[in-house]
Design a protein. Sequence first.
Length: 409
Amino acid sequence: MATYHVKYNELQSQAVSLQNMGKTLASLESRLNTIAKGMDGRDTSMAALKTQVMQCGKTVPALANKVSTSGTTLTGIVSTYKNAEEEKARALAALKAMLARIGVVGGILSGVNNDAGYKVPSDEKLNKMNVDELENVRRRISDERMKLLNEFFEFDEKINRLKEDLKKYGMSDEEIAAIVGGVLGLGGIALTSTPGPGTPNLLDLLSGDVNRKTKDYLKADIKNTENDINKLEEIKNKKEDVIASMSSKLTEITNYQNTPQNPLGENARITSVYESLRIRDGKQYLHAGVDIVGSNEIKPIKCGTVLYVHTDGKEGGNYTANSGYGREVVVQHEDGSISIYSHCDSTISKDMTGEFILKDNTLGIVGSTGGDYPAHLHLEIYNGIPGPPDPPNRSTYGTRINPTTMVDF
């Protein structure tokens, strides 16, 4: 609308300028005529000049007429813009009035959804409404109830995902049920069903109020729906509390499961340090991990997925580079890092491959497979970058890490 005002002002100014120019040209015509008359009696050259001046004087009225016509045209254009602006304002006002009559809030015109959080009018206002107005209230309150039910489905999906995550990290169904309670679905409540209005009776027909039963039905259904919403809101709040509790518990568990631990228990100790100089078959090499003694049961340093289990007691892999490691288990953790547990005894099983294991799970028992030395655990750790790993090829596990930088011994 502001644009119309700008164009209107510009065109009006141009029209006034053209009209003023027409007046100036008319004045010029009069002066030229006066000059021409004063030239009477002069020589031939002056007569010729007079003729030219007269011709110029004759063209001035035509030019002035064109200017005047242009001014009139511009005035018409300005009037058209002004009328269009007024017509637009009238159309918007009519549209808003129509939307208000059918119960659609005018905020829709500005992109605002004012239906959110709709509240039912008071009983006094409901009693004064006609059937169409009551039907509109009923529609909007029913939309609110449906919106809540849709939120319930979303909350239930989130709760079920959290249940699966908690089970993955070792929580039992009973422990999870103690947190969830009975909030899934409608939480045990039943939505109200309002009986239909039936047909008008004789008294209604005689009184002329043929819509009485319909209005009574609509008001009752509005109230029943409002009561449903109040009950659903209460269950919704419980669902939100449950989701918050489950999320908090999941964070607590994952933090514990991803905090490194000593694989042979708190009292385990290192007997051979990382990258210490070794000699085998007359060749020197650096120790790729640490050797540990302690508890007999081997636990993973963190939760993760078993990538590979080698059960050959003579070789730790399928080629010479893995000779001497014996039976071993390879685990990839949730941060991508990889840990290897070598020299296990014969109790390890390939059936573990692909399993998600927790810190409390036992990978195997400390042994001495792969060489002639006392029983101990050989632990290696890699960063897993760039991946993907291709067991048992250690070169695909990424950069080797000193285990003492991750695990407290």
